[in-house]
Design a protein around this ligand. Structure first.
Ligand code: NAD
Ligand code: WQD
Length: 340
């Protein structure tokens, strides 16, 4: 299948590009590189001995989207493009509404105008807010504390309204838990432009010597060791979840599906697992709780198994080993390619 992949140069998009190619699909990346490097394309090309298909463009540009969909004969869209930093979304809300909500509306308009009505959308477990039950099923009430989370909720509502108005659409909303790790080749991985907001890239940068220690945000949560518990999922499992979700686009529907492992790990579990994988010490200091954080969050992944035949295959050791392989091979991320 020919598939438009918005944000395909980013962390999850680039891994999904590989999973799609491995499954025999023809992904077309559409990205403006505002949070990714064009160098990822060389790495993707290297893995397949081919030039990765990519159009540089902005999802707010309906004309560019229509031209790309038509010229490449795209039959479906996987929509990753958007901003994802929770803290920044509180400081610059309009930027987030413009791209995450406005950009998605532009994309849906381009799809409707070109007759493509098959979509996989990147949502997030952040739409469950502070969970009332664990593990979290898809029918859990939706709420969110951040502007970023609200943009995901608004888009989910927009997609359900679109399907209610036009039952030709086939839409799968994938709610990711905490994606971590990298492709085992060490050629692609997560490459934050600034100080990492997320735990795993921060730990990786401590291990490689770019940062002196990890601040553990709170050790007084009602969890087994007092630190926050999350459902970390290997990015290659997540990528394969998108390939599995394509089968859901064969029939009109609008369905939300969790992509998680169902297993929660604490911050200190992650520190210990990364130390074991890397053979490096991860110095840490206990710090104040981070505003807006919740104690624990992990998925009920049974719907993904029932509807798509998908379950996560990789464990915490794989997540840490592959994150370390990527980080140690590319200590400065894609910037290191210039030195090759
Ligand atoms: P990322 O920033 O690595 O990738 C996003 C890509 O979109 C980047 O390559 C960026 O250049 C591109 N982009 C941004 N704005 C664009 C625009 N206006 N036009 C074209 N391209 C644009 O992020 P990621 O971690 O790969 O996340 C992908 C999606 O998954 C996002 O929608 C994010 O909200 C969602 N998500 C991510 C996580 C996570 O922890 N990484 C968790 C849940 C959901
Ligand atoms: C995990 C745990 C922190 C950094 C965020 C977004 C969510 C989703 C994924 C996109 C927590 C602790 C972290 C650090 C720490 N993104 N931590 N020191 O908060 O579950 O989710 O990313 O949709 O929307 O909110 O992930 O990796 O930031 O934190 O102690 O330097 O690690 O307190 O318990 P989170 P995270």
């Amino acid at each position: 299948m020919k598939i438009l992949v918005t944000g395909g140069a980013g962390y999850i998009g680039s891994h999904t590009y590989l999973a799609l190619r491995e499954a025999g699909h023809r992904p077309v990346i559409f990205d403006n590189f505002c949070n990714s490097s064009p160098r990822v394309l060389d790495r993707l090309g290297q893995l397949f001995q081919e030039t990765a298909t990519c159009v540089e463009g902005d999802i707010r540009d309906v004309g560019a989207l229509e031209k790309t969909i038509t010229e490449h004969g795209c039959e479906a869209v996987i929509h990753f493009a958007g901003y994802k930093a929770v803290g920044e979304s509180m400081a610059e809300p309009l930027k987030y509404y413009e791209v995450n909500v406005g950009g998605t509306e532009r994309l849906l308009t381009a799809m409707r105008n070109t007759g493509v009505r098959k979509l996989i959308f990147s949502s997030s477990a952040t739409v469950y807010g502070d969970p009332q039950q664990l593990p979290i099923p898809e029918d859990h009430p939706l709420s969110t504390a951040s502007v970023y989370g609200h943009t995901k909720l608004v888009v989910e509502n927009m997609l359900r309204a679109l399907y209610d108005a036009d039952r030709q659409w086939a839409i799968t909303i994938l709610r990711y838990f905490n994606p971590v790790g990298a492709h085992p080749s060490g050629l692609i991985g997560e490459d934050p432009a600034d100080v990492p907001n997320n735990l795993m890239p921060f730990i990786s940068q401590v291990a490689v010597g770019r940062r002196p220690y990890l601040s553990v945000f709170g050790d007084d949560y009602p969890t087994p060791d007092g630190t926050g518990v999350r459902d970390y999922i290997h990015v290659c499992d997540l990528a394969e979840g998108h390939v599995a979700a394509l089968q859901m686009l064969e029939e009109p529907q609008c369905t939300a599906v969790n992509l998680g492992t169902g297993q929660g790990y604490s911050v200190l579990d992650m520190v210990r697992a990364f130390e074991a994988a890397s053979g490096r010490p991860i110095p840490y200091k206990i710090a104040e709780r981070r505003a807006g954080d919740i104690a624990a969050c992990y998925a009920d992944p049974s719907r993904a198994r029932a509807l798509m035949g998908w379950t996560a295959q990789r464990d915490l050791t794989d997540m840490c080993a592959d994150a370390w392989h990527w980080q140690s091979r590319n200590p400065m991320g894609y910037l290191d390619i210039a030195a090759e």
